[in-house]
Every structure is written in C-alpha cells, then in structure tokens.
Ligand binder design. Structure first.
Ligand code: ADP
Ligand code: CIR
Length: 338
C-alpha cells in the first residue's frame, strides 16, 4: 500500500533544517536521523518525529519548533503553566443524564530528568527507571495503594484481559517500533494498579510513566482529583523532565505541555454514521476522535473515544473544561440527529 507523505516532519524537514542539524548529537546520542526514523518508515505518519531526550527539544529545535507550532499553536516565546486544581473544573459530570458517557479516563505522560526517552534510553537505564518508579509507588496508600505487575513473565491470558479491559498498553505500534521505542520488549515494562483499577501507572511504554486515573461513568471531577493527588505524590519523589516553555517533556511532540489526554468513551451511534463529519465537528470543538481500543483503532457499536487535542499552552484544568463543553455539545447534537 502506498501512502502520500503528509507528515509534519516531511513538511518541516527542509534543506536548511537538515544543514543546520548536520552532525548535531544530544547527550544521549540522538540525532535528526534518529528523530525522523518513524516518519520515514511510516509514510502515513501524521507527525513523524520522536524526541530521544529532553535536550532533543533544544538541540534539534530547528525541526521540532515548527512542528510544535503547527500542532499546538505554541510559538518559541510562549510559556506553559500547569494547573491541576480540580476546583477549577466547570462541572462534576461530563454527562449529567448519565446515558451517553460510558467511562472517563485522564492520563499524563512523564519522563525522569536525566535519562533518555523511550526512543533513546539504554537497557540499563530503562531498568533503573522501572526500579525508581516502582519504589516510589510502594509508598502509596489508601485508594492509591496497589501492586506492580512486570510485563516480563506475565501470563498471556492476564495480559490480554488487561488490554481488552482498557487498562494495559499493547506492544507499541509500528510508529513506535520504527522510532526505537520498543527495543528489548518486554523488559523493563509493566503496569502498577490499585485494587479497583481506578489508578494506574504504565512504566516504560511510549513515555517512562503514564499516570492514569479512570472509572466508569462521567464523574470527571473525581477522575481529575485522583490524578492530581497521584501526580503530587510522585512529584515529591521523582524529578520530571520539564521546561517553562514546553511543560512536561514527552517522547512524542503531540504530548508536550500537560502531556495529558482526557477522554471519554461516549455513545454517538447517530453522529457516527458519518465519521468524516463527526471528525470535522470534533475538530471545531478542539477535540480528537479515536476508536474504543485507543489510537489507530476503530469504533465499536457507535462508541467513540473523544479527547482534548491541544496539550501545550493550556492548563490541565482548561483542557478538561474544553472536554466538558465539547462533549456536552456532541451529546446535544447526537440528541438532535434523526
Ligand atoms: P493513550 O491514551 O495512553 O494515549 P491509547 O489511545 O492507546 O493511549 O489508549 C490507551 C487505552 O486506554 C486503550 O485501551 C483505550 O481504549 C483506553 N481508554 C482511553 N480512553 C478511555 C476511556 N474514556 N474509558 C475507558 N478506556 C479508555
Ligand atoms: C504519527 O506521527 O502519526 C505517530 N507517531 C503518532 C502521533 C501521535 N498521535 C496523534 O497525533 N494522534
């Protein structure tokens, strides 16, 4: 199958940028050739680049800056400010009638300062990150107390059930594979979760940590407060890669800033009859549409994964408020459909 090259990488990797970045190497040995590997191998990439470490965003800025500007509308002089205050949310629920939203999930990505990111981290460092994260999580108590389950040695039936129930990541897709993020799989990867599986941490997937809060129903304030508490606790023990300009630094530039994706699984069977239109409406509302099994998956039974698109230059609370308003609009439109 041949795809038209339409990635942001393709658009912004000009001859001038190539010349500027010739011979540039980050402290973790990452180069522009490494950054573009995924987009070169996958012609249908939308973005096509990954960062190998915190420094990729400064040393390889001639390539990353225009991509970041086009995706997030965040310019080189713009600053990012975090705000995880649940009191700032405009509503408790994303679906006051409780008939459309099946479940609500908010995740943030984090990477530890001083290590390579997934595309460049060494095997030893990956293990070290796992050890440090698991040690920190051991301190968690109350509703956040849980157990760490390494992927290595996990029986296949358990792994498949965790994936099917939307708790666990799959093996990174071809985009991550080509970007080098799947090396030494499944070593150093795993999942921590509380007994009720409402608080989860993925270790060493696309980012070193994916901190997740989720539950059935639409109570977004509860989901957000739990996440905020957990981030606070982890932050006391671990130092995350962060910059005032780009916020929390992630391997994929789409996740910079809040590194947050707040999503609902929502029943939109009528709007879903015309997916191209649904995507156009979502775009207007600054939302993304995914299938029920996550990125690059399809909808099942008219249920869609709707989430905030922008993650940078907007606070966590503001991004969730956009989701609250946008999902409200989508539900209203669904009700009006014939
Ligand atoms: P990420 O959100 O971490 O970027 P994915 O889009 O692949 O990555 O989603 C990860 C998993 O989370 C998938 O199994 C997906 O179905 C699940 N998921 C996402 N949003 C929700 C939600 N609102 N309710 C239940 N599961 C969800
Ligand atoms: C791509 O470039 O298409 C993949 N690396 C995934 C990019 C992030 N996902 C997204 O914007 N939906």
């Amino acid at each position: 199958m041949s795809h038209e090259h339409k990635s942001l990488m393709k658009k912004h990797l000009t001859e001038e940028v190539k010349k500027k970045l010739k011979g540039v190497k980050t402290p973790h040995g990452f180069t522009v050739e490494d950054a573009i590997r995924s987009g070169v191998a996958n012609e249908d990439s939308s973005v096509g680049v990954y960062a190998g470490d915190e420094e990729s965003y400064t040393l390889l800025a001639p390539l990353f800056d225009p991509i970041i500007f086009e995706y997030h509308g965040h310019g080189v002089n713009d600053m990012h400010r975090a705000d995880l205050d649940a009191a700032k949310l405009e509503a408790d629920s994303l679906d006051p009638d409780g008939t459309y939203v099946v479940s609500t999930r908010i995740r943030v990505g984090r990477n530890l300062r001083g290590y390579g990111f997934a595309p460049a981290i060494t095997r030893e460092h990956r293990r070290e990150v796992e050890r440090r994260v698991v040690e920190s999580l051991r301190e968690f108590d109350g509703d956040l107390a849980g157990t760490y389950y390494p992927l290595e040695g996990m029986d296949e039936a358990t792994r498949m059930k965790l994936v099917a129930d939307h708790f666990l990541f799959k093996k990174g897709d071809r985009f991550l594979e080509a970007g080098g993020a799947n090396r030494d799989w499944p070593e150093g990867r795993g999942i921590f979760h509380s007994a009720d599986k409402r608080f989860l941490v993925w270790v060493n997937e696309e980012d070193e940590l994916r901190i997740i809060s989720m539950q059935e129903g639409a109570n977004v304030r509860e989901v957000f407060s739990r996440l905020s508490r957990a981030i606070d606790m982890l932050q006391r023990q671990l130092q995350f890669a962060y910059s005032d300009h780009l916020g929390y630094l992630s391997s994929c530039p789409t996740n910079l800033g809040t590194a947050m994706r707040a999503s609902v699984h929502v029943k939109l069977p009528k709007l879903g009859k015309d997916e191209a239109r649904l995507k156009r409406i979502a775009k207007e509302l600054k939302l993304s549409v995914r299938g029920v099994d996550g990125e690059h998956s399809e909808s099942k039974g008219g249920v869609y994964d709707i989430s905030n698109k922008q993650r940078l230059g907007i606070s966590e609370a503001e991004a969730v408020n956009l989701l609250i308003r946008g999902v409200g609009t989508l539900i209203m439109l669904e009700k009006c459909e014939a």
